[in-house]
Design a protein around this ligand. Structure first.
Ligand code: PHE
Length: 340
């Protein structure tokens, strides 16, 4: 009996436990309920009583030996397969990196917020526009330079020649065609111009344009609305200044400056020592535009304005290179917060 145990011990000693299969068949063969060690225990009853104690101890030792070998092999396997055995549950979790909103999205929602507080809705329209909505309905004469390939991206779509919209005034035409005054809406969106890309110009940028049409809308309403907007955006002390300008779709037209937010109008290199920063174009909607969209210009009048979101973001965040906004460099994008 002792010899048998000894032989079995040698055999067990020599078994190579390298994979899950060999570990499991080892367990079944030696340690299982029908295994060899179990059968040794049942043979115990056939040996003389005085030897039972000693042989029993031998078998116990053999069982411990086999069990340890099996346990060790199993643990090693689990360790290698990265199993849950060695996970430290008290270890702090790796922090989840939170993304940041794009600066243009932050500024856009701030502008939308400011105008929605005085009753403006948001309208959207297609980026691929026809001549009518981008130019003709807006009173652009046939020879206007914006209709030139040099300034506008034209594309062919079936029979029709289409353009990538050069401003979101096209959305305002669509709103006027489909709704009746009073109209109070802003149209944020991406616009395209055929410009060489540099720090100061890009072939696409973003605008928010506004339109207000009702009975008796005056230039004073326009000025007051823009003053409210400038104060909300840049602070209570902000002043505005209007300079005469020209747009085909508004008459009279003006360019709007805000007092320099960077130097408080004392003069700095951002405002070029003028104390003023140009932020938008505006004017009273030309009666021709109202009539083109089916609005009676004798009953109704209105104002419109348009601004570039990049320009506002540039003033807010002092970003001087337009290209940064579309390069998706996370080191740039991570720096902006707020505006949810
Ligand atoms: N559409 C003009 C632009 O893109 C901005 C503007 C809108 C000016 C409305 C006046 C009135 O530059």
């Amino acid at each position: 009996m002792k010899d048998k145990i000894e032989t079995l011990k040698n055999e067990i000693n020599q078994v190579n436990l390298t994979d899950a299969l060999s570990v499991e068949s080892f367990r079944i063969k030696y340690l299982g309920s029908k295994g060899l060690i179990k059968s040794l225990f049942s043979e115990l009853k056939n040996i003389p009583n005085e030897e039972k104690r000693e042989v029993g101890k031998f078998i116990n030792d053999l069982r411990d030996f086999a069990q340890n070998k099996w346990k060790e092999a199993k643990e090693k396997l689990e360790e290698n397969s990265g199993s849950h055995h060695n996970i430290d549950l008290s270890r702090p979790e790796d922090a989840i990196e939170i993304g940041a909103r794009h600066p243009l999205s932050i500024v856009r929602s701030e502008i939308i917020d400011i105008f929605s507080r005085i009753g403006f809705t948001v309208s959207e329209g297609p980026e691929i526009e026809d001549d009518w909505h981008n130019f003709s309905a807006l009173n652009f004469p046939p020879e206007h330079p914006a209709r030139d390939m040099q300034d506008t991206f034209f594309i062919e779509k079936g029979e029709k020649e289409m353009a990538l919209r050069t401003h979101t005034s096209s959305v305002q035409v669509r709103v006027m065609e489909h709704s009746k005054p009073p109209i109070r809406t802003i149209s944020p969106g991406r616009v395209y111009r055929n410009e060489a890309i540099s720090a100061r110009a890009h072939c696409f940028f973003h605008q928010v344009e506004g339109l207000y049409i009702d009975k008796d809308v005056s230039f004073a309403d326009l000025k007051q609305t823009l003053l409210y907007f400038a104060k909300e955006l840049f602070g209570e002390k902000t002043k505005i200044r209007l300079r005469p300008s020209y747009f085909p779709f508004t008459e009279p037209s003006a360019e709007v400056d805000v007092s320099c937010t960077i130097c408080n109008s004392k003069g700095c290199n951002v405002c070029k020592y003028t104390g003023w920063l140009e932020i938008l174009g505006c004017g009273m909607v030309d009666p021709n535009v109202l009539e083109s969209s089916g609005i009676d210009s004798k009953t109704y009048s209105g104002f419109a304005f348009g601004m570039g979101i990049e320009r506002i973001a540039q003033l807010k965040y002092k970003v001087n290179d337009l290209r940064l906004y579309s390069e998706n460099d996370v080191r740039f994008l991570k720096q902006f917060t707020g505006g949810f």
